[in-house]
Design a binder for this molecule. Structure first.
Ligand SMILES: Cc1cc2nc3c(=O)[nH]c(=O)nc-3n(C[C@H](O)[C@H](O)[C@H](O)COP(=O)(O)OP(=O)(O)OC[C@H]3O[C@@H](n4cnc5c(N)ncnc54)[C@H](O)[C@@H]3O)c2cc1C
Length: 387
């Protein structure tokens, strides 16, 4: 019994390899990303040289097998990378998150050997991916999508528009969902791999956003876009499975983004409150301030345990649906509260762009919206526990 217990590591204890990986990603983010945060936020753009460095670091193909040039690591490594990067800049965190937990994940799981050969190699070597499900009229009700795919010989012809697509400006490979039969409801939905260069495909307007401004969020247009049949991901009419199963996992990545963000806000808060003096002493000496920081740190610890647990369950092949929904719901609330506290404790300096915390406050909001809003997470949790 004792031996059994000893073989169960505490959730936050990392293996040596995981520890080194997280430390090296954070060190990279601190050195290469931190100096660019303000400029990227203002211009709403991630410089290509930074993306190239992310590829060199190996964080754009974490779960891609070594045979295809990837790191051959685990989903948990993706979570660690997204957390470490988001601690510095959640905009870069989501770029890495979508690449790994949605695009690579879907191709790993559903791609044929030929698809893996063609696309995983590229995604490990400089090609950014995007995941296109949402449309103007279908967000939470994702399977009400109207983008149409019509079979013509050895191709499908796609027509329609996608909205809100992360990495739209940087990506060359898009996993796009369309229906082959609108009358069949969700059973018509099919996943396609679309390349930016395909005729009839264009990336449209980029959104001007509240937060994660450096991350591009774009409209995609399909106008008689011809996609080879070989680029169907999974089976025709089974795209809903691809979407559901990938997003169930992807939301753990958003949990990781949110705990990284909250840690970043807490780091700044601890440093600032020790330096800022009022009434003749550092504001961190006031018990009221200490208690607020202690509460935030406690909430973050709980959120991190939830994210790590959901991720470890996924890697162990255990059910994780409820845990994934809970970790995303809770982490996004913790990120909002922690970044809000950071603004409060910076005082007036928290409200201006010369200091870093107002950006994290803006960035936190997205955690409650994408990859299933908080209400949708609550619906998933309720279904799991109430039946
Ligand atoms: C920055 C950003 C990046 C994004 N990236 C991507 C991406 O890469 N790929 C992609 O496919 N999509 C992406 N999205 C889209 C995102 O997933 C959707 O915005 C989200 O799913 C919500 O859909 P909606 O905006 O249509 O809101 P709606 O679905 O219209 O929801 C509006 C409100 O109604 C509530 N609501 C809706 N239905 C119910 C219900 N049944 N019960 C209770 N409340 C309900 C919601 O909780 C929400 O509060 C992104 C969005 C943003 C803003």
């Amino acid at each position: 019994m004792q031996q059994q217990l000893e073989s169960l590591p505490p959730l936050t204890r990392l293996t040596e390899d995981e520890e080194l990986f997280r430390a090296s990603v954070f060190e990279f983010a601190d050195r290469e990303i931190r100096p660019l945060i303000r400029e990227m936020d203002e211009h709403g753009k991630i410089p290509r040289h930074l993306i190239d460095k992310l590829f060199d670091l190996g964080v754009m193909g974490i779960e891609i097998g070594e045979a295809f040039g990837g790191a051959g690591a685990t989903f948990f490594h993706s979570v660690l990378a997204v957390e470490a990067i988001s601690r510095v800049d959640p905009s870069i965190g989501v770029l890495v998150d979508v690449q790994n937990t949605l695009v690579v994940n879907a191709l790993n799981r559903w791609g044929s050997e030929a698809v893996k050969q063609r696309y995983l190699n590229k995604l490990a070597h400089g090609t950014v991916g995007a995941y296109a499900l949402s449309e103007a009229g279908s967000g939470s009700d994702a399977f009400a999508l109207t983008t149409r795919a019509v079979e013509q010989g050895d191709e499908f012809v796609l027509n329609g528009r996608k909205l809100w697509i992360t990495n739209g400006n940087e990506a060359d490979v898009f996993i796009a969902f369309a229906t082959v039969n609108p009358d069949a409801g969700y059973r018509g939905i099919t996943a396609f791999i679309v390349e930016r260069s395909f005729a009839g495909f264009t990336v449209g307007k980029k959104e001007d956003k509240l937060g994660i401004r450096a991350s591009s969020t774009c409209e995609l247009l399909f106008e008689d876009c011809r996609v080879p049949r070989a680029n169907v991901l999974g089976e025709v009419g089974k795209g809903y499975k691809v979407a559901i199963e990938t997003l169930n996992e992807g939301r753990i990545g958003i949990g990781a983004q949110m705990i990284g963000l909250a840690q970043g806000a807490l780091d700044y808060t601890i440093k600032y409150t020790k330096e800022r003096k009022q009434f003749g002493k550092p504001i961190a000496d006031f018990q009221a301030v200490q208690f607020q920081i202690a509460r935030a740190a406690t909430e973050l610890e709980a959120a991190r345990l939830m994210v790590y647990n959901a991720s470890r369950l996924r890697d162990a092949g255990q059910p994780f649906l409820k845990e994934a929904a809970m970790c995303k719901l809770f982490s996004s609330e913790v990120a909002e509260r922690t970044s809000s506290l950071a603004v409060n404790l910076y005082g007036g300096y928290g409200f201006v762009k010369d200091y870093p915390v107002e950006k994290l406050f803006r960035d936190a909001k997205i955690g409650q919206i994408y990859e299933g809003t908080s209400n949708l997470q609550l619906a998933t949790i309720a279904k799991q526990i109430l039946g």
